[in-house]
Design a protein around this ligand. Structure first.
Ligand code: TXA
Ligand code: MG
Length: 537
């Protein structure tokens, strides 16, 4: 097939419209990215889009309109909240999903009961739709899995010879695809972040849900709310790793991995400090610019011949959430977190919690591993399912959550039972801790504290760059436990004996903080001094 290249003149637009009326596929500019358009109500024309893209047929298309009156005939009905969103954000980068009218071909909606509709703001896109006189189905104009094109040259790279025409409208203004919100769901659910942010939407219609797949890999067995989520996406040929951390940590990481074929996808301010080939995608604090440049930057990395790309992670807030969503998929969810983790451990009564509180006051974020463990056992559906399978439903309360006493009785009955408990809970707890560490890195913290009494026993010591063990002579601990928990000497001693001895913490690379000072004040001075000495502030 010979692909025609059209200019956005009245003639070019008329030519594109004629091709579309004849069931052909034409790439058109929109304010988000270029779209591969065809008559949304013509099953054969829509099938040709899937063929040109190499897209799986179960991944539905967005239907584009250029007149608000063309919306009602495409859907069963329009609830109030959806109307409000359209009033606030159309024309613009927002796609609204509602139950589909019967006239929408199954091909267009990937066999689903719903249809996604968008009214683009780009005047050329609007002119083409109006001239054609039909709603136009249009996915992004890339080959399936590749970064979306934001100019006609990039469309040509993927589509030359595969479609009837490309209408060249210059650079797409937003740069990432529209925000997709499912209004057939209550509360409304954000399936794909874009130029219209969750905050902007909530200001108009109140609380919405963000689908977990926006920021995290789906687990095997999860059903995709949006079929597009389950496919590999936005990926250049190189293996991309998303590197989280401060600018200094990112630069240090890349420079210490400057092997052959390594390239950096960095922020503008990082480029001068990197010892590898780099492509930048905007200033660190300018999410709009990052959105505008990210897809082209991903394509440039291929042109540079990169085989491994370390990408500086964008802050997932506002429009940055859209950039993050594309980058984490380009990286196939491979994340490297360079935040420094200080493990804080020690037996009960030694003063570990005082140290955590003190360091937290100094501005270092703290993860309380015990709190994470409690939360997982009480609320994580995967964990509750596995525990019920091993320890029988007798451990559950009437509300379907584990009863702490019953679970403890079952799980600590034999060493084998305890091992089974740990095998279920430890991986889930570790995953949750890693997520919190990622959130801290996203928020710009250079280091975090992991407060974990069972740091070594749970294997979470492996997450730590440094470890501090707080211990104290038995008499000091005895006093503290008696006072803190209101126990008599015998019970307090029982607790102490149930815990590891001081020798347990004598390990290479463990910094010892011994609480044998006379007053709390003196001990706190010691803890503060360690912080300063290590340069952790
Ligand atoms: O900005 C955009 O939205 C661009 C321009 C061309 O308008 N289009 C675009 O289309 O990004 P596409 O096909 O690349 O992405 C549409 C996404 C896919 O992830 C698809 O699975 C999802 O929207 N989608 C479409 N209809 C859906 C539906 N009925 N239910 C759930 N997800 C749907
Ligand atoms: Mg796409």
């Amino acid at each position: 097939m010979q692909t025609e290249y059209l200019s956005p003149t009245p003639d070019g637009i008329a030519a594109a419209a004629t091709l579309l009326q004849n069931g052909k596929v034409v790439a058109i500019p929109t304010e988000t990215v270029y779209g591969l358009a065809a008559d949304a109500l013509d099953p054969d024309a829509v099938t040709a889009i899937f063929a040109a893209k190499g897209r799986p047929m179960d991944n539905p298309l967005i239907v584009h309109i250029a007149d608000i009156d063309d919306w009602p005939p495409l859907v069963k009905s329009i609830p109030d909240k959806a109307k409000k969103l359209a009033e606030a954000f159309w024309p613009g980068p927002l796609t609204i999903i509602l139950p589909a009218a019967n006239r929408i071909p199954l091909q267009t909606r990937g066999g689903l009961e719903t249809v996604a509709v968008r009214f683009p703001a780009d005047p050329i896109a609007q002119a083409v739709i109006l001239h054609t006189g039909r709603p136009l189905a249009a996915p992004s104009a890339n080959r399936s899995g590749a970064p979306s094109p934001t100019n006609a040259t990039r469309v040509k790279e993927d589509m030359d010879g595969r479609i009837a025409a490309v209408l060249d409208g210059g650079e797409s203004h937003v740069g990432v695809e529209s925000t997709v919100i499912d209004m057939a769901h209550e509360p409304p659910r954000l399936l794909r972040p874009g130029g219209v942010t969750p905050e902007m939407i909530e200001n108009v219609i109140g609380p919405i849900e963000i689908d977990p797949a926006v920021t995290h890999a789906m687990k095997t067995g999860d059903v995709a709310a949006s079929p597009g989520m389950k496919y590999k996406h936005y990926a250049p040929k190189a293996q991309v790793y998303l590197v989280k951390g401060t600018a200094e940590q990112y630069i240090a990481y890349v420079n210490s991995h400057a092997d052959k074929g390594v390239a950096a996808l960095c922020f503008d301010e990082d480029a001068a400090f990197l010892q590898v080939i780099s492509v930048s995608y905007g200033h660190r604090n300018d999410a709009l610019e990052q959105a505008h440049r990210v897809f082209d930057a991903l394509r440039q990395l291929d042109e540079q011949g990169a085989t491994t790309v370390y990408a500086a992670s964008p802050c997932p807030k506002g429009v940055g959430l859209a950039v993050y969503n594309r980058m984490i998929r380009a990286a196939a969810f491979r994340v490297i977190n360079t935040i420094r983790v200080i493990g804080l451990t020690g037996p009960t009564g030694a003063g570990k919690s005082s140290v955590a509180a003190l360091w937290s006051k100094a501005g270092i974020p703290v993860i309380d591993a015990d709190a994470v463990a409690r939360e997982v056992v009480q609320n994580d559906p995967e964990c509750i399912r596995a525990l019920t399978e091993v320890f029988t439903p007798s451990i559950l309360n009437a509300d379907g959550r584990p009863d702490r006493v019953a679970l403890a009785k079952a799980a600590f009955a034999t060493p084998q039972a305890t091992e089974a408990l740990n095998k279920i809970t430890h991986p889930i707890i570790t995953e949750k801790i890693c997520r919190q560490l990622e959130d801290f890195a996203d928020a710009g913290f250079p280091l975090a504290i992991l407060d974990a009494p069972l740091l070594f026993e749970s294997g979470t010591d492996r997450l730590c760059d440094e470890i501090v063990a707080v211990t104290a002579p038995v008499d000091v601990r005895l006093d503290r436990i008696k006072q803190r928990d209101g126990l008599d000497t015998e019970r307090a001693m029982q607790r102490i004996h149930a815990q590891p001895s001081d020798e347990f913490y004598n390990r290479p690379h463990v910094n010892r903080l011994i609480n044998d000072a006379q007053t709390l004040e003196q001990f706190e001075q010691k803890a503060a001094a360690l912080l300063a000495e290590k340069g952790w502030l």
